[in-house]
Design a protein around this ligand. Structure first.
Ligand SMILES: *Cc1c(COP(=O)(O)O)cnc(C)c1O
Length: 419
């Protein structure tokens, strides 16, 4: 089936009422037929609902639909994008291990990997996404995962999937892409050999800035890479916390299964069924919205590129952009709605961000409403001067998340603000 059909139907079988819209199952727990049924569910001999911290019928439709759209085998929803990223790391790494992360990542990912997980004894080694060959020297036998973004936020670089995956596969290390900006519509990471993706569902998925959520998606046949792999001993040895379950022996997608059975069980950042329902509504129109976000962003990038006050525009859809060739290779049907541009200095950038009328001054992306941000004074304020340079965030940088309003109205708004 094609994407637009999957976006509307995947993962949902109508219930006895013939309910056209996916119902919101607001329920904490589920009745077992008898004690044997309950025991079978806990033992994974039979699959079914136990408790909403682990699974929920509304969330299940969201997870199946999201996985279908991205071409993955299974997904697990989380309470936020940050929870999804943390669980993807915590599912493989423990004290004494290290992970390899692109320098150019979302601000929350920088603080999570550089500070918070350090206190758990997990070391992060960084590479420049523009120079993936740096990864090779960072790898050792304690390296558990390589994490990068398909389109970086806010420097708007495109990752070279093939180059990253080649090094990872040589060493049998899992790769995980944060495809929040790429979306499952424009970028299909599993077609390029990536093992896992994470997303903030708070962005393009809900599409209207309605709720915080996240999702982890697993590719088909991931067990082949994990089974017998000494790096992932805890997937190959009995799990004492789950009566000796060996994840690589279970005939189910093992990575997302472990996130559910171990991490959602013990750490608990599960999505609300109501929020899952909002993400389902969002997914229905995601293919349509991404076309509009992408075409407007390209028109705006071209307008800015021709403007005398603009020093540089970062948008992979521009022919002049250094990422254009990579973007053409890894993206289809558009390059998403995120772009950034550089003006003379911090003061000029702040003046522009303070003068737009349609673009709202907000720290978010992926909303149907257009957003303008000054990263150096907001999202990236906690970063040191050195970290700012490494994240590609000079003071004169302005970030736009182009919404789905009329394209010409948006251009006129920016023209006015630029003066
Ligand atoms: C917003 C965002 C996140 C964090 O997601 P939340 O849902 O806000 O927790 C992670 N990665 C990227 C690329 C983001 O834009």
């Amino acid at each position: 089936m094609h994407e637009q059909t999957l976006a509307i139907h995947a993962g949902y079988e109508k219930d006895a009422q013939g309910t056209m819209a996916v119902p919101i199952y607001m329920s904490t727990a589920y009745e077992f037929r008898d004690t044997e049924h309950a025991a079978n569910l806990f033992a994974l001999k039979e699959l079914g609902n136990i408790y909403t911290r682990l699974m929920n019928p509304t969330t299940d439709v969201f997870e199946k639909r999201f996985a279908a759209l991205e071409g993955g085998v299974a997904a697990v929803g989380t309470a936020s994008g940050m929870a999804a990223i943390f669980y993807a790391i915590a599912n493989v790494a423990e004290a004494g291990d290290n992970i390899i992360v692109a320098k150019q990542v979302y601000g929350g990912t920088t603080t999570l990997t550089g500070h918070t997980i350090k206190r758990f004894g997990i070391e992060t080694r960084y590479f420049d996404v523009g120079n993936p060959s740096e990864i090779e020297a960072l790898v050792d036998d304690k390296t558990k995962i390589i994490l990068f973004e398909s389109i970086t936020n806010p420097s708007v670089d495109v990752a070279d999937f093939d180059a990253i995956v080649a090094i990872a596969n040589k060493h049998n290390i899992l790769t995980c892409v944060d495809n929040t900006v790429g979306t499952p519509i424009l970028c299909k990471p599993f077609e390029h050999g990536v093992d896992l993706s994470v997303h903030s569902a708070s962005k393009y998925t809900t599409g209207q800035g309605l709720a915080i959520g996240g999702v982890i998606v697993e590719r088909h046949n991931l067990v082949e890479k994990i089974k017998g792999n000494a790096r992932y001993a805890h997937f190959n040895e009995p799990d004492a916390s789950y009566h000796g379950l060996v994840y690589s022996d279970v005939p189910l997608p093992l990575f997302t299964l472990r996130v559910r059975l171990a991490l959602l069980r013990d750490l608990g950042a599960a999505p609300s069924p109501f929020n899952s329902w909002l993400y389902i509504q969002g997914l229905e129109t995601l293919p349509l919205r991404m076309k509009q976000h992408s075409s407007s962003a390209l028109a705006i990038a071209e307008f800015l590129e021709a403007h005398p006050k603009v020093k540089k525009v970062n948008y992979p859809g521009l022919k002049s952009d250094s990422n254009h060739a990579l973007a053409q290779k890894y993206f289809k049907n558009g390059y998403s709605g995120l772009l950034s541009f550089e003006v003379e200095d911090t003061e000029t950038a702040q003046k522009i961000a303070d003068s737009t009328e349609i673009f709202s001054l907000v720290v978010n992306i992926g909303d149907s409403k257009s957003i303008i941000t000054h990263p150096a004074s907001t999202t990236h304020q906690q970063l040191s001067a050195q970290e700012l340079i490494e994240a590609g965030v000079p003071g004169g940088l302005v970030r736009l998340s182009v919404g789905i309003e009329d394209t010409q109205d948006l251009i006129n708004d920016l023209a006015r603000a630029l003066g």
